[in-house]
Design a protein around this ligand. Structure first.
Ligand code: F6R
Length: 599
């Protein structure tokens, strides 16, 4: 989604803004622009397409110490030059992340007052509204606080005013914003990677706070100065670089062994004792609901399968964009778990707020430290995936599954369904998990990709937990390779979809659950006999019983708690290799955004 960077300091702002925008590229965008004050006036340079197009438009030797920049992911209006940010009206120049829901109504009112709009965006209205309020208030801070009363929707804003050209303002509501604190230079950004080249010190801005950056940073709440805690980002720029890998996605898959180690270690370091002490106690809840979007939702489905198999707690999993508008069946005995890499996904956040308004307990499983979900949920467990740059998630998904699997282990043990001995064995297997993952990463998936990449359609089938894993495999393939990929519970195929299976149709099946392996194996026979080309991801013991497929990826037979994570890796790598053969922009698939902060 859109990205914001802003700078006020002693360096040339153009370079800082461009570097910041490049660091935000991973969020997904279709146009980019900057505005800067050159000592005489505000200048705006913007363009559709990539940041290098913007760089080509910039004259050399521009002198400026203050500016704002933006990568746009089009929502209102085409991704063309004119709709790109920054937008300017009267004395105000702005960049905006989010969506203004009442922009049409505001626009009509402003047109009547004489404002002429050039773009189709909702964002241009903000610049006009600021200018209009300022024409009577004559005070930028007051103007921004009054603006907030008029806007309905989500926004993070970087604001420059012609009358105070050396001051950078910013504010937010329901869209993330941080302030980077440097040495005689300060920044605003939609997330930390944008400022990491210059500083790892940052402040998280809360809804309706206003930031004023002159030679220092002042944050206002209700127009009064408010104290903010300066945080240190734990990590370095290296995580935002490819380190010799062709793509961030591949690099992030190779990070999975260490991500799993870092995520699970706090719960395993001293065996069962650590799990009991460090995992919050969920045994008082009679039901669990899990809410997330995309891969986070899929991680929830895997979690449901493990929790329900090893505990007495029923689990329902919901897509956040549905959950937020559904009737709630939660009560005080329900725990709602929210899963999100970014911690800023608009639908997931709205779902959390919905259950909080009913005083229902929540747990967030989140990657980004200090993100909105992490701050607003009752309890938070951080996965330790580090910044994930590739739009398609891999390591964060795996770490989400790991946490859910540990929740299942803890709960099953507390409910006395898992014995102490068994729990200790499972913990030992978790400690070996990074090595299993390393081994499975090292296999060769190019041959399978060669079967897939020329076809425009592919099916995934599985049952139970393997259906949940297949859903993620299918999403991964379609989002990065643009192959139409559909996933079905294996037994469901014959109720209609099997009519699409022809000679040469690719079918990928996952079987890790021995108890229902035979059922899925007979579904494989059904598609095979209609000419399908089948790739089977399965464990050693099942593979030995069944030879009749075109490709087999064999994973070790471990246990139900860690097997799903091992099985997920081949699915990620098959998608990666296929997208590579198709020449796709793997880290930045078209139309997609890393952090979906609008509804
Ligand atoms: C797919 C993918 C998305 C995200 C989804 C939720 O590879 O990355 O489906 O999983 O947009 O995002 P978060 O986890 O940030 O809430």
């Amino acid at each position: 989604m859109c990205g914001i960077i802003g700078y006020n300091g002693h360096k040339n702002s153009i370079k800082v803004l461009i570097n910041g925008l490049k660091a935000l590229e991973y969020r997904g965008y279709d146009s980019a622009g900057i505005a800067y004050y050159n000592g005489k006036r505000m200048e705006i340079i913007k363009t559709s397409g990539r940041i290098f197009n913007l760089e080509k438009k910039l004259k050399p030797n521009i002198q400026s110490n203050i500016g704002i920049g933006h990568t746009r992911w089009a929502t209102h209006g085409k991704p063309n030059d004119i709709n790109s940010h920054p937008h300017r009206m009267g004395k105000f120049t702005i960049v905006h992340n989010g969506i203004i829901e009442n922009y049409e109504e505001l626009k009509k009112g402003l047109i009547k007052k004489g404002y002429k709009f050039k773009t189709e965006t909702d964002s241009e209205v903000i610049a006009a509204l600021l200018d209009f309020i300022y024409s009577t208030e004559k005070d930028v801070l007051k103007t921004i606080s009054l603006l907030e009363e008029k806007l309905i929707g989500a926004y993070a804003l970087g604001i420059l005013c012609d009358d105070e050209p050396n001051i950078l303002y910013a504010t937010r509501k329901d869209s993330p914003l941080i302030v980077g604190i440097g040495n005689k230079e300060n920044f605003i950004a939609s997330d930390v990677p944008a400022i990491l080249k210059y500083t790892n010190q940052y402040i998280i801005i809360e809804d309706n706070e206003i930031v004023k950056i002159d030679d220092k940073v002042t944050v206002y709440k209700n127009l009064n100065e408010t104290e903010k805690k300066v945080l240190t980002f734990e990590g370095n720029l290296e995580v935002a670089e490819k380190n010799g890998f062709d793509h961030f996605m591949l690099k992030e898959i190779h990070e999975e062994p260490s991500v799993i180690k870092n995520t699970t270690e706090p719960f395993l370091a001293d065996g069962l004792e650590s799990l009991i002490q460090n995992m919050p106690n969920f045994s008082q809840y009679k039901r669990i609901e899990i809410v997330g979007c995309g891969s986070a939702y899929h991680a929830g489905l895997v979690g449901k399968a493990i929790i329900e198999k090893y505990t007495n707690t029923p689990v329902a999993v919901y897509i956040a964009s549905e959950f937020r508008y559904q009737k709630l069946f939660t009560d005080k005995e329900t725990l709602v778990i929210f899963i999100s890499q970014s911690g800023e996904t608009a639908d997931t956040l709205a779902s959390l707020r919905k259950i909080k308004s009913q005083n229902i307990d929540s747990l967030a499983i989140v990657n980004v430290v200090g993100s909105s979900l992490a701050r607003e949920a009752k309890n938070t467990i951080y996965i330790k995936a580090g910044p994930e740059i590739s739009v398609a998630t891999t390591k964060a998904y795996l770490a989400q599954v790991a946490v859910l699997s540990l929740i299942a282990l803890n709960l099953g043990y507390k409910q006395k369904i898992i014995s102490e001995n068994k729990a200790n064995d499972i913990i030992k297997s978790f400690i070996k998990l990074p090595t299993y993952i390393e081994d499975i990463i090292d296999k060769n998936y190019k041959q399978i990709a060669k079967t897939l990449y020329k076809k425009n359609i592919c099916f995934y089938i599985g049952r139970g937990i393997d259906y949940a894993l297949s859903m993620e495999g299918s999403l991964k393939l379609k989002e990065i390779s643009y192959i139409v990929s559909m996933c079905y519970p294996a037994g469901e195929l014959k109720h209609g979809t099997i009519s699409l299976i022809d000679k040469g149709t690719n079918v990928i099946s996952v079987i890790t659950d021995k108890t229902i392996a035979d059922k899925t194996l007979s579904n494989i026979k059904e598609v095979k006999s209609r000419g399908a080309v089948v790739t089977l991801v399965t464990t050693e013991e099942i593979a030995n019983d069944f030879a009749d497929v075109n490709h087999k990826v064999i994973i070790p037979k471990t246990n139900d708690f860690i097997n799903p994570m091992i099985a997920a890796i081949p699915l990620q790598l098959i998608s990666y290799e296929t997208a590579k053969l198709r020449g796709c922009d793997i880290d930045k698939p078209k139309n997609l955004a890393k952090s979906v902060t609008v509804e």
